[in-house]
Ligand binder design. Structure first.
Ligand code: GLN
Length: 581
């Protein structure tokens, strides 16, 4: 049933609370991520190898712990309490990152680091991992709880929630990246921390709009004493105690200790164990605890999660091979516009970020049936206005480094989200809304297609020996983000519908666990285009571009190949969903 208390602009008020909380949480998450590797290598003088190992272990664990946060919320805590607890850990973690200590110095080839400060860094990272584990799956589940079963607005609602995620991400790389690199690390990390404080404050204020939809399923079990302590406090205490071993895992990854064959970190091994346990649990649970209809729905959901795993394996290339390719083989040839704004991208960025929520509000109206008549025109005007501002800003920011161009993903997402939210609602009104498996299959198609412009660019570089245009990258991002819009918000929405209610947060955690794996797989594939140029030699452009072209075509075939299988399986999956739309 729809919660009492009414809607705002066509969606339950609680969705806006989740939107803004998650926007700030992602702001802190991506702001910190943008700085982490640079901070380790430039300030604490880590080598690229150990720095990347630490980043990989962090990225893996941060998407792995949500399974545990999800289980605890399903069984005892309820989602609201889990989000608040996670939010507190996140604030502590991000603010801890702002403590930078002394810079490392290189004394005659011997690097002397501020080990105390590094220990605080590891501890802070562990707090963030644990905090995300409690917050991320559960805030996503809450959005689903706010809609009635088969409410046609659900996919639109998740599209808008997803816009919040990416608005935070976009803002983050601009603000935290800028502050951290220009004014000093602690300002960048500190800004991330303040963002998270705002997010937590937002949630604490807005939790009344969740109308009891995120409460513990059996509150009395929280008060029961286990080993003399109320269970609720025991959970918090154990989670805080768990921060220490996670911090130790961070240290192990950064120092290369206990790595299997020098390659596979302990964190990765842990991830494999978690995956194994989840799969075993899934087989047992669906085999013995679910009536046939629910069993089929759960299996259909697992297939959708697998599709997300494939999608994010392709997607994560954006942070790996796409960056190195842009750096080495694409011109950043749109520099003239920089002159117009005196070289600073910030005013334009802030203007566009202020405008983006406007399109969110208009799109929210769009999916409100009563407002349908006037909405298309308003939506059109808002989107065009937004695009113009963003495009100008785009040209301004483009001449930056290869790494900073990763913001293009979030940028297109924010642009596309209102359009997709409206598109799903529009298709639904005409009875043409594609099923979720079909939408996800389209996601894989676009992910695959996005590699074509880059493969062409690589081949062009190979033939001419000249750099190719950066606009190939812009095109690739646009296509990829259309795919993300078809698959990712839709998948979150599917989790909240298809999972048996008492394990919905656990299944949400499993959705993110798939991403943890994608990150690892993406790194493995990315190594196909690893280019090592020995000191003092020049890169063999022809050979290097051939490697990139090979990787990009391979990714395209994987995307399209899996999409074909997904389209073939879609009718069967739809039947297994038993009427869930
Ligand atoms: N970019 C999204 C987020 O941060 C996607 C995460 C995922 O599922 N891989 O929430």
């Amino acid at each position: 049933p729809i919660p009492a208390g009414g809607d705002f602009l066509g969606h339950p008020k609680g969705v806006y609370v989740c939107f803004f909380t998650e926007m700030w949480e992602r702001f802190s998450f991506y702001g910190m991520k943008a700085l982490l590797l640079l901070y380790l290598t430039k300030y604490h003088l880590f080598g690229d190898g150990p720095g990347l190992d630490l980043l990989g272990a962090y990225g893996g664990l941060v998407y792995c712990i949500p399974v545990i946060g999800g289980v605890l919320a399903d069984r005892w805590l309820g989602m609201r309490k889990a989000v608040v607890f996670g939010g507190i850990l996140l604030c502590l973690g991000h603010l801890g990152m702002a403590f930078e200590g002394h810079a490392a110095v290189n004394v005659g080839g011997q690097v002397v680091r501020d080990e105390g400060a590094l220990r605080i860094t590891y501890l802070s990272l562990a707090l963030i991992i644990m905090g995300v584990g409690f917050l991320k799956p559960n805030i996503s589940t809450i959005v689903g709880k706010l809609y009635a079963d088969n409410d046609p607005r659900r996919d639109s609602g998740f599209s808008l929630f997803y816009a919040g995620i990416n608005l935070g991400a976009l803002f983050a790389s601009l603000v935290c990246g800028f502050l951290g690199e220009v004014y000093g690390w602690k300002y960048g990390f500190g800004a991330a921390g303040i963002g998270m404080l705002v997010g937590l404050g937002m949630f604490l204020w807005g939790q009344k709009y969740l109308h009891g939809h995120a409460e513990p399923s059996a509150p009395h079990t929280l008060r029961e004493r286990v080993a003399g302590v109320p269970r609720e406090w025991l959970i918090y205490a154990l989670a805080i105690a768990g921060v220490l071993p996670v911090a130790w895992l961070m240290w192990a990854a950064g120092s290369g200790a206990f790595a299997l064959g020098g390659e596979v970190s302990l964190a990765l091994m842990l991830m494999i164990v978690v995956l194994g346990v989840v799969l075993l649990w899934f087989a047992w649970f669906t085999g013995t605890r679910c009536p046939p209809v629910q069993r089929q729905q759960m299996i259909a959901l697992m297939v959708l999660i697998f599709m997300a795993l494939v999608f994010f394996t392709l997607y994560e290339q954006t942070y790996g091979s796409w960056v190195t390719f842009t750096d080495r083989m694409l011109t950043k040839d749109v520099a003239p516009s920089l002159v117009i704004t005196g070289g600073t991208p910030l005013p334009w960025s802030i203007a566009s970020l202020l405008l983006a929520p406007l399109s969110f509000v208009v799109a929210a109206r769009m999916s409100d049936r009563d407002a349908a008549s006037n909405a298309p025109r308003t939506l059109f005007i808002a989107v065009v206005a937004l695009m113009l501002v963003l495009l100008v800003r785009d040209c301004v920011v483009l001449p930056q480094t290869a790494g900073s161009l990763t913001y293009l993903g979030a940028l297109f997402l924010v642009l596309l989200a209102p359009i997709f939210a409206a598109l799903w609602a529009w298709l639904d009104r005409r009875g043409l809304d594609p099923s979720k498996p079909v939408k996800s299959a389209w996601g894989l198609v676009f992910a695959g297609l996005s590699f074509i412009p880059l493969a062409w660019a690589a081949q062009q570089v190979g033939m001419t020996g000249q750099m190719a245009s950066v606009w190939w990258l812009v095109l690739a991002y646009l296509v990829l983000e259309i795919g993300e819009m078809c698959l990712s918000p839709v998948g979150l929405s599917a989790v909240t519908q298809l999972a048996v209610p008492r394990v919905v947060s656990l299944m949400m955690g499993t959705w993110f666990l798939a991403t943890a794996f994608s990150e690892t797989l993406a790194a493995l594939f990315g190594k196909l285009a690893a280019i090592d140029v020995p000191e003092g030699e020049v890169m063999d452009i022809a050979a290097a571009s051939a490697k990139y072209a090979h990787l990009f075509w391979l990714m395209m075939w994987i995307g399209l190949g899996c999409a074909v299988v997904a389209f073939i399986a879609a009718p069967l999956l739809r039947r297994m969903m038993h009427g869930v739309k």
